[in-house]
Design a protein around this ligand. Sequence first.
Ligand SMILES: Cc1cc2nc3c(=O)[nH]c(=O)nc-3n(C[C@H](O)[C@H](O)[C@H](O)COP(=O)(O)OP(=O)(O)OC[C@H]3O[C@@H](n4cnc5c(N)ncnc54)[C@H](O)[C@@H]3O)c2cc1C
Length: 358
Amino acid sequence: MHTSKQNDSSRPRVVVLGAGYAGLMAALRAAAGAAVTVVSPTSELTERVRQHELAAGRPSISHPLAPLLAPRGVAHVPGRATSIDTARRTVTTDDGRVHAYDRLVYALGSRTRGPAGDRDGRVFTSETAESTRKRLADGPGKVVVVGGGATGIETATELAERTGWAVELHTAGTVGPSLSARGRAHVRTVLDRLGVGLTEGVTVAPDDIDADVVVWNASLVAATELAADAGLRVGPDGRIVVDELLRSVSHPDVYAAGDAAAAWSAGAGTLRMACATALPTGARAGRNVAAELSGRDPAPLQFRYWVQCLSLGRDDGLVQVVGRDDSPRDVVLTGRPAAAVKEQVVRSTVRAVRWAAR
Ligand SMILES: Cc1cc2nc3c(=O)[nH]c(=O)nc-3n(C[C@H](O)[C@H](O)[C@H](O)COP(=O)(O)OP(=O)(O)OC[C@H]3O[C@@H](n4cnc5c(N)ncnc54)[C@H](O)[C@@H]3O)c2cc1C
């Protein structure tokens, strides 16, 4: 896909790594002031927030990139970025091609921290949700979901409701540690209703778990190996250290957004890895790139939290009201109304990308 805009060599070049929520928002917003190229191995936006639904049988969670990128004249390079040369300002992809940039946006996201998936066809992660679904279609048995955070809870409830499998949820800590007591109580009630066995306070290794299938959802780790190899400063949490404009503090030609960046705002502190933070940080990084390249002032990220939304199967959910810094308040919405809110929130993520594409 090449447009006259992209072929105009007078336009500054922006390369965006990753076509998740953050990368797409950055690319679409940067396109106002530059010739933008997105590097991504697939030609689709994968709705990562629905991966537990895919594992439980939802047929597809992907949307073609072309209709999102074409209206803004953004090019797509199908492939994986394999290295960044910050001195030459180039990115190399796995087909050996070299892509020059004036500004780079690093948005390679994150992956599950923990064991490599698919060991003997028994251990899976969110990233291997398609394989999980195929394995679960083989017939009922026992599945253990590891991880008591939002992803583990969503996965356990979805599998319990949608598959015939017996589901257990194991966590080293307490289930729903980021929730209020009231929110956690609702999660426990739904787990109980769906017959999900809950084990808290026990650290497990995949090989020790007595189950036909293990779905490992322990935590996320940022995909910042390329950044570290290129010499970008990466913090102790494994994420790229950025300033309030989302520029790398060590390499201001490089912006970072989404899970790969330790983005922060005055009101919310350092943002957690979430779609809810990837969209606004991606949009802000893209707008700032466009502003900088056209001689305007970039603006600091403004962000605050309002709610955490969890699906608990298709028919139940939890909307946990939080303060601006994500601390839980004693206010929750539960049941079908919460499930409906959650579904609308998930739909709004793709809508936000479509809106930016117009
Ligand atoms: C099951 C599940 C449920 C979730 N539910 C929620 C939720 O309800 N609310 C919420 O806020 N968050 C949720 N999250 C977290 C959310 O999905 C992530 O925080 C979000 O996807 C981060 O967006 P991102 O754009 O930074 O990265 P990603 O979505 O991870 O996108 C990164 C992109 O980079 C690409 N990529 C990776 N390596 C390379 C490479 N070398 N070269 C080129 N491209 C590459 C990937 O293919 C991918 O397209 C959930 C996560 C999971 C797994």
